[in-house]
Design a protein around this ligand. Structure first.
Ligand code: SAM
Length: 337
């Protein structure tokens, strides 16, 4: 089975290596995507891949001589799929392209014209359309189009998103790092509740702390550097100017959340996490790892290693390169009770 995966620009080779680790053979790549061959079920549960964003199955290639021809071909494909009785109730669709801004604008206008044509032809079906790739643990039926050129596209009827998406910056946030934690909460599907205890290691200038405070968390921010307002004098925040590698949470009960965005080599952070996990100092965790020169796939193997890694301590562990991550990945999950 052919599998088409999207990823962060510049990480196509890394995704190819990650796929190969899981027995899926990369066949080709372009800016922001990898085509591979293998058993799609090997990708499930969706927690299995770090560097993939959206995953599409079984491409159907179309080529058109004109924009009208393109729309006709898309509507025909859609109608044939509908005839096969695969779409019921609300159904998802998406149109994407990569790299070229002009192609991006063309893709958006093609999407609108295709929807328009669909409304004319089958208004009830068109009304049930929702513009997104569904996030979840399985592939969902829909109509998903990837434009590879102004007259070429790959069309898919099954897709799954691993949850990465662009978030909105709070103008009050002291840093853009805020976006990463907001996105991590979205991928994870839950976040701190009112009154939950949160330790934020490497907290300065305060974007992550703000994200936890806004949800009602009671935050201990650990960083030698200064925090900025509105985080600095928030009544539910305590700032400790100590080394994250020496800090230990007080009390016998685990804190509800460990957040960690410390600027340090990934093996150092994995060592720090091992200590937190062994001692059960937290229940849930979100940790950003800066990749640096480390081979990302070797780092993944280390984290997932049953003996030396972190997976053995976790009830759930999700490793993702988020939309807002740069040369970074994010670990999220819950420890075994
Ligand atoms: C990327 S910034 C964190 C940004 C923060 N999450 C935010 O949202 O504003 C990394 C932080 O790690 C802190 N850091 C680096 N080494 C540290 C250590 N050993 N202990 C505590 N903080 C450390 C730095 O002072 C810096 O503020």
């Amino acid at each position: 089975m052919k599998i088409f995966l999207t990823c962060k620009e510049g990480f196509e080779k890394v995704l190819g290596r990650e796929l190969a680790m899981g027995g899926i053979k990369p066949l080709a790549q372009g800016v922001g995507w990898v085509m591979a061959e293998g058993e799609a079920l090997a990708l499930l549960p969706s927690q299995a891949l770090c560097f993939a964003w959206d995953i599409f199955l079984d491409p159907c290639d179309i080529q058109a001589e004109s924009v009208n021809g393109f729309i006709r071909a898309l509507v025909d494909l859609f109608t044939a799929h509908l005839g096969a009785g695969k779409l019921e109730g609300a159904w998802p669709y998406s149109f994407v392209s990569f790299g070229d801004e002009k192609l991006g604008r063309f893709t958006q206008s093609l999407k609108e014209r295709w929807l328009e044509a669909l409304r004319k032809k089958m208004s009830r079906i068109a009304r049930s359309a929702a513009d997104h790739v569904p996030q979840g643990h399985g592939f969902v039926e829909g109509f998903f189009v990837v434009l590879t050129d102004f007259n070429k596209a790959k069309v898919f009827h099954k897709a799954m998103s691993q949850g990465q998406q662009r978030m909105k910056l709070d103008p009050q946030s002291p840093s853009r790092s805020y976006l990463k934690l907001e996105e991590a909460f979205h991928v994870l599907g839950f976040c701190p509740k009112e009154g939950e205890r949160v330790v934020d290691l490497g907290a300065a200038p305060g974007g992550w702390s703000l994200s936890a405070l806004k949800r009602g968390g009671v935050v201990i921010a650990v960083d030698n550097g200064p925090l900025r307002e509105p985080v600095k004098s928030h009544p539910k925040l305590t700032h400790l100017q100590v080394d994250a590698f020496r800090y230990q949470p007080a009390g016998p009960e685990p804190v509800d959340w460990l957040l960690c965005d410390v600027l340090e080599a990934p093996d150092m952070i994995v060592g720090l996490l091992r200590q937190w996990f062994q001692k059960k100092w937290c229940r849930h965790f979100i940790v950003n790892l800066k990749l640096g020169r480390e081979d990302p796939t070797a780092l993944l193997a280390l984290i997932r290693d049953d003996n030396k890694g972190l997976a053995a301590y976790c009830q759930s562990l999700c490793i993702r390169q988020l939309y807002h991550d740069r040369e970074e990945i994010t670990l999220m999950g819950t420890l075994k009770p």
